[in-house]
Design a protein around this ligand. Structure first.
Ligand SMILES: [Zn+2]
Length: 357
């Protein structure tokens, strides 16, 4: 009989609500992730202690580890400590950096990982990719997908608003990523996984049309679920294609050339808007989507122009030119147009003029 379906890797459970951290013990036991209570908890520097204390209420026997930032070194150190103890699972609680380091450590030590997000800055909270810094900058590493995914809205409400709204930029950038994927299919014969594409785009579509702000639980739920769906789309596709196109090439270029300019989701949003500007003005396609994305960034107070993140037109031009080098082999609108220095600067100037003020 022909194989008419396929198996997809997805977390055992996805839990987005208030009070989720307090119910961790229940989740781990119910899902049989940790039946003997031998659980390691990894927390980041900031809110770490408070969260660990909160988690202890439902996980009496757990052991808490501090993760010092999102570096490969910190992740490897955590990995060896996890290997040394005989834990059933590790729970990474915190923002993107802590979760990424914990995902990598869990993969190294061969134990399942539960992701508990306390802010919504990017789609790494539930993806098979960890973004970590090392001596030479930042790298993306393939890791095992979290076994369960928890977003505690109480913590998200208490997180710095900038870190929460950044995730909007990351989800919305899916629009640009999937258009790039279709472009690569048309011009290079790249195979498109329509299931992964549908999941990534639907997540962005839901968020784009969701009224309200990050102050509302309803909006935060759509945002959190959008980030989770983006992570799942990457898992289905087997790489980051459905959620990372020219938009992310630009963000990686800015990260490499001008470190600490802004966070991942903020730059993804600008990258997506700029890529749609290129699409609308150079391919005559996507003007409506461009307007929607720009309106969405505006509505949520996200940066939109180079100057909003402290970059000059010249610097942004340099980053756009450098962008294709950050992801060799990925065909996007940037590789497709292959604009030279002067044409890139002109496009950036037009973009600033069209959307500034
Ligand atoms: Zn991203």
């Amino acid at each position: 009989m022909p194989l008419l379906t396929r198996m997809l890797t997805a977390p055992l459970s996805i839990d987005v609500r208030r009070g989720a951290v307090a119910a961790l013990g229940e989740l781990l036991a119910d899902r049989r992730i940790a039946t003997e209570g031998r659980v390691a908890i990894a927390v980041g520097p900031g809110q770490g202690e408070k969260i660990a204390e909160h988690a202890r209420e439902s996980l009496a026997a757990c052991e808490v580890f501090q993760v010092e930032g999102g570096t490969v070194d910190a992740a490897v150190a955590l990995g060896s400590r996890l290997r040394a103890g005989s834990y059933e699972a590790v729970v990474g609680i915190g923002g993107g950096r802590t979760i990424d380091a914990t995902k990598y450590a869990a993969t190294l030590s061969g134990i399942p990982m539960v992701s508990v997000a306390t802010n919504l800055s990017h789609d790494g909270i539930c993806s098979p990719v960890a973004s970590l810094t090392h001596e030479k900058g930042k790298g993306s590493f393939g890791v095992v997908m979290p076994l369960a995914m928890v977003v505690d809205l109480d913590y998200v409400h208490a997180a710095p608003p900038r870190l929460v709204r950044a995730g909007i930029g990351d989800v919305v950038s899916n629009f640009s990523a999937v258009e790039d994927w279709l472009l690569a299919a048309e011009h290079c014969g790249e195979k498109v996984d329509r299931m992964a594409l549908t999941v990534a785009r639907t997540a962005a579509e839901a968020l784009l049309h969701q009224p309200g702000t990050i102050d509302s639980d309803r909006f935060l739920t759509v945002l959190a679920e959008g980030l989770v769906l983006s992570g799942l789309a990457m898992s289905f596709a087997g790489d980051s294609r459905p959620a990372s196109g020219g938009d992310h090439e630009i963000l990686h270029a800015i990260d490499q050339l001008y470190p600490n300019t802004a966070n991942h989701g903020e730059l993804a949003g600008i990258g997506a808007a700029f890529c749609f500007h290129l699409r609308a003005t150079r391919l005559g396609d996507g003007a409506e989507r461009l307007a929607e994305i720009v309106a969405c960034l505006d509505r949520h107070g996200l940066p939109k122009l180079p100057e909003d993140v402290g970059l000059t037109v010249e610097e942004f031009t340099t980053a756009v030119r450098y962008a294709p080098r950050t992801r060799p082999g990925r065909y996007t609108i940037l590789e497709h147009l292959d604009l030279d220095e002067a044409a890139t600067r002109k496009a950036v100037e037009e973009y600033v003029q069209a959307h500034g003020g």
